[in-house]
Design a protein around this ligand. Structure first.
Ligand code: COI
Length: 387
């Protein structure tokens, strides 16, 4: 993804006085990283006056393209987070006995920054991610950044890495806030120290299918979450356990797995990486959030946009049998966006859905992307302009 550049050139670039911190000095909340935190770059360094990083924007997928800076803030167990700062993007040094490495005490978020046609940089509802991280942190017995600290950290990270925000129409800067138990602990107990990090990578389509319809597989063996568990929070421990199910589905040519509820094995829950919606006539339904599904920011936004567009919207228990007779099915997520589903295979039966012509999911997605990229006027106060 990153092209050209000899090691020597990179080294020289990394030793140039960073033009970008001085520019950032005027940016609210920014404190320039001390020289000691600016490590020698292992990647082409910031000529931050350039509008765009050296990326082939037409080849972007959902792989990691490391960017220039990440935000780091630390605190100990019984304190609140106080002050963080931007550091060069680099590996972390972490104790082998860190809570996150041994017991999975970690949560993450995902949000995106987009470049509008008029040059503005827009975030989409970052306070929703901040609130969800706070809720998740309570469940995982971790201190969390305040809503303001979270949003400011996201803004600073995006602004610092703005040359990595794709041109309009070519993708987004995916922003990944992480809250990790980084202090050493041997017995099963909360970590004594915590680190909040925000890093970013330019991305485009999540699935290799691009914008083509997904083919989902209902796995009867695996469940994603069960009542009383932590399926409703974005803990990192919800993700590795679905890798086997995804790998098995991919081997069979499917795009991803749709999970059923753990108790009855009958109701739709969610896909490994996104929420699910079904459309029948004027009715749009999505599984109710009752603790076992992740309440996506995109899910919530699409529910509201669908209501605004005059659809009957329902959050309810959706029996798998309701797929038969559904007109459309689509998935929503920050990484995924809104993706049409062409088929769902359940017990060797392939159920197909409409993917051509005028689609409800396209109509809703067009409004969502319009808001996210500044093409549609934001009367809801969902977008945050950072530049
Ligand atoms: C997101 O949509 O931001 C997610 O966290 C899903 C992840 C599997 C990429």
């Amino acid at each position: 993804m990153i092209q050209g550049g000899s090691r020597l050139r990179n080294l020289l670039q990394s030793l140039r006085p960073a033009s970008f911190p001085s520019k950032l000095a005027n940016y609210r909340g920014y404190t320039a990283p001390p020289a000691s935190s600016l490590q020698l770059a292992t990647q082409p360094s910031a000529y931050s006056d350039d509008k765009y990083a050296d990326v082939d924007w037409d080849k972007l997928g959902f792989g990691l393209t490391p960017t220039d800076y990440m935000y780091v803030m630390r605190c100990s167990k019984d304190e609140d987070f106080k002050e963080g700062r931007l550091n060069r993007y680099a590996n972390l040094e972490i104790s082998p006995s860190a809570g996150v490495l041994n017991y999975g005490q970690g949560i993450y978020e995902g949000t995106k920054a987009n470049r509008a046609e008029d040059g503005r940089i827009l975030l989409f509802r970052p306070e929703q991610n901040a609130t969800r991280m706070k809720r998740g942190a309570e469940r995982m017995l971790m201190p969390s950044p305040s809503i303001q600290q979270f949003v400011d950290a996201v803004k600073e990270t995006v602004y610092a890495n703005k040359r990595w925000i794709p041109p309009p129409g070519k993708g987004s800067l995916y922003v990944r806030p992480l809250l990790l138990g980084t202090g050493p602990i041997l017995g099963l107990a909360p970590s004594p120290e915590y680190t909040f990090i925000v890093y970013a990578s330019p991305v485009r389509n999540y699935f290799k299918e691009g914008t083509a319809p997904l083919n989902l597989y209902i796995d009867e063996e695996f469940v994603r979450a069960s009542p009383g568990g932590a399926g409703g929070v974005k803990t990192i421990t919800n993700y590795a356990p679905v890798l086997q199910a995804i790998a098995r589905a991919k081997e069979r040519g499917f795009s991803d797995v749709l999970y059923l509820d753990a108790v009855n094995r009958k109701y739709l829950e969610e896909v490994s990486s996104c929420n699910i919606f079904i459309v029948k006539g004027n009715h749009i339904s999505t599984p109710a959030a009752s603790g076992t599904i992740l309440e996506g920011v995109t899910r919530r936004s699409i529910l509201e946009i669908a209501r605004d567009h005059g659809y009957q919207v329902e959050e309810r228990a959706i029996p798998v049998d309701d797929l038969v007779g559904a007109d459309e099915v689509f998935c929503t997520g920050t990484a995924v966006g809104v993706a049409p589903v062409g088929s769902i295979t359940h017990q060797n039966r392939r159920i197909e859905f409409k993917t051509e012509g005028s689609l409800v999911c396209k109509e809703l997605y067009s409004t969502l992307v319009g808001l996210q990229t500044g093409r549609v006027e934001d009367k809801k106060g969902w977008t945050v302009v950072i530049h």
